[in-house]
Design a protein around this ligand. Structure first.
Ligand SMILES: Cc1ncc(C[n+]2csc(CCOP(=O)(O)OP(=O)(O)O)c2C)c(N)n1
Length: 293
């Protein structure tokens, strides 16, 4: 599946085999980063894994996903596109344009809306007065389903069926996964300023999807505390090793800042490159020494 995600889907990449080293290289923007150090950290992308570079500008990935899906259909590929976004994303014009285009062009695309109740400090009651996102899909003529987003097996089964339909019937599908953002929006957010601690605790202690899934695999004898501690310690080691390696690695060459957009570099870009090189020559102490000029 061609994937166009927002920032909350590194799990898709992990599942497809993107390595810890590849994650770390992107975060450090080193020479091995596929984005050549041009993106902010956590904006992963990988051709090899059919994963478009993450979009942090809300909902811009949705029309792109429809275009990618339509191209797959034109090329008669046995494949579809999938795109992810939050409840906040449904207020963007791009969401509406994408849904309408996908319905009219019968593009094989799966829209996965993570309705986690909050867009930073904006609750869904200030986001829309419709019954969530699922009804919007239906209004545009897109088959739509609502799933318990904290039930891993329900999600697996819904996405599996959606993929079969998208490819087999050549049409878009919308999945609204109902969930809750237990954590703060980012490390610079303190969500206790705008929502009750009791509410967060209720979701954390009674609805946590990882705890639910763990209980299920434990009850089947496939998991226990020992396996978990071993896994946690091995993954921790892998992450630390990957971060150390990524930090040591050379940065991309300066010339990479000015390539890949134009076939022939325009004069203003050439001037900027010249000016940057002159500045580095004048103030070498202010620039990292491991950046090839
Ligand atoms: C077009 C645009 N407007 C504003 C922002 C700033 N911003 C970043 S995340 C966010 C909230 C996103 O909420 P939601 O779409 O519900 O996704 P969630 O983070 O809850 O998964 C906002 C407003 C942005 N990245 N892009």
């Amino acid at each position: 599946m061609t994937t166009l995600s927002s920032l909350r889907e590194p799990g898709v990449l992990l599942w497809r085999g993107f390595s810890m080293q590849e994650f770390a290289n992107q975060c450090f923007g080193n020479k091995a980063d596929y984005g050549k150090g041009r993106q902010m950290p956590i904006h992963y992308g990988s051709n090899k894994h059919n994963y478009f570079t993450v979009s942090s500008t809300i909902a811009t990935q949705l029309p792109h996903a429809v275009g990618a899906a339509y191209a797959l259909k034109m090329d008669r590929k046995d494949a579809c596109a999938v795109t992810y976004f939050g409840d906040g994303g449904t207020s963007e014009g791009d969401f509406h344009a994408a849904l309408n285009f996908s319905a009219v062009t019968e593009a094989p695309v799966i829209f996965i809306c993570r309705n986690n109740g909050w867009a930073i400090s904006t609750p869904i009651s200030d986001q829309f007065r419709s019954d969530g996102a699922v009804v919007k899909g239906r209004a545009y003529g897109v088959r739509s389903i609502r799933v318990d987003g904290n039930d891993a097996l329900a999600i697996y089964s819904a996405v599996h069926a959606a993929r079969e339909m998208a490819i087999g019937e050549g049409r878009p599908i919308l999945i609204e996964a109902l969930t809750y953002r237990v954590g703060h929006h980012t490390t610079s957010d303190d969500s206790t300023k705008y929502r009750p601690v009791d509410e967060i605790e209720w979701w954390r202690t009674t609805q946590d999807p990882v705890t639910r899934f763990r209980k299920w695999i434990e009850s089947n004898g496939w998991w226990n505390g020992d396996i978990e501690s071993e896994l946690r310690s091995s993954v921790r080691k892998q992450i630390l090793h990957a971060l150390q390696e990524a930090e040591k690695a050379e940065k991309p060459p300066i010339s990479d800042l000015f390539t890949d957009v134009y076939d022939v570099s325009p004069s203003n870009l050439r001037e900027q490159e010249h000016s940057l090189r002159e500045t580095i020559k004048k103030h070498p102490q202010d620039y990292p020494s491991n950046v090839p000029i």
